[in-house]
Ligand binder design. Structure first.
Ligand code: FES
Length: 106
């Protein structure tokens, strides 16, 4: 069982996730609001930025939902990833907001 910190909607949610369950499924099972669409790697709605931790990203995915460049830059699909360690992830929406905020401050 791993600990996952999810930053979504400007809040932090802490939950547990088995190594055999996707981070999206574990969040939804615990009523944590995480963007969800197809749950099959096709739409990209569940895309997250992985800030810390190790994971396995299922290679079966749409390249429109998650490109190779995004994969290389630490993005993942929460519906297709299982943790290999404790993790900190952030929805893409929150990550973009944070980046914009930091660029206006810095
Ligand atoms: S919910 Fe559609 S790609 Fe994850």
């Amino acid at each position: 069982m791993y600990k996952v910190k999810l930053h979504a909607r400007g809040q932090q949610f802490d939950y547990s996730c088995l190594a055999t369950v996707t981070s999206l499924e574990a969040a939804r099972d615990q009523f944590i609001p995480i963007p969800t669409g197809c749950k099959r790697g096709g739409c990209g709605m569940c895309k997250v930025k992985v800030l810390e931790g190790e994971y396995i990203q299922d290679i079966i995915r749409s390249h429109e939902a998650l490109s190779d460049a995004e994969l290389d830059n630490g993005y993942a699909l929460a519906c297709c990833m299982v943790p290999k360690s404790d993790m900190t992830i952030m929805t893409v929406e929150d990550y973009i907001k944070q980046e914009k905020l930091e660029s206006t401050i810095g």
